[in-house]
Design a protein around this ligand. Structure first.
Ligand SMILES: [Zn+2]
Ligand SMILES: [Zn+2]
Length: 139
């Protein structure tokens, strides 16, 4: 999905996010890189072209995107927060051998756990871990 700068600026404005070149570049990067990057990875990939970029800016921008519903947080790892521009319903599979995180289609909304009647669910995350087929083939 390639979105134009103008479209992103409009989306930011409609969501109450201060539009800036840096934020546009961060969002573009996240939309183009579906590898669920960490804030460090986003920073490392963009600092070459935006020398004024700081990690704080990346964190603040990502928080604003997540709050506005433009991105979501993936906490499949204990010690690392990752980001996903794909906010559609899907689960995540982490290969513990190569470390890659795969998306898989899943109707997360269809999960109806017993024992939560009368509760309001705001977030549903489905995380699977194991070994991906590529790593299993290698042996
Ligand atoms: Zn793997
Ligand atoms: Zn994903």
């Amino acid at each position: 999905m390639k979105v134009s700068v103008e479209t992103l600026m409009d989306i930011f404005k409609s969501k109450g996010i201060r539009p800036s070149y840096t934020r546009v570049r961060i969002m573009e990067y996240l939309s183009a890189n579906r590898s669920h990057p960490t804030a460090d990875e986003i920073y490392g990939s963009l600092v070459g072209e935006i020398p004024t970029l700081s990690k704080t800016t990346v964190y603040n921008s990502m928080n604003a995107f997540v709050e506005a519903g433009l991105a979501r947080v993936i906490t499949i790892e204990d010690n690392e927060v990752r980001y996903d521009a794909d906010i559609s319903d899907h689960g995540h599979f982490k290969c513990t051998r190569c470390g890659r995180i795969y998306d898989f289609p899943m109707d997360v909304e269809a999960l109806q756990p017993n024992g939560l009647s009368g509760f309001k669910v705001n977030q549903r995350d489905v995380y699977f871990k194991g070994t991906c087929s590529g790593c299993l083939d290698k042996k």
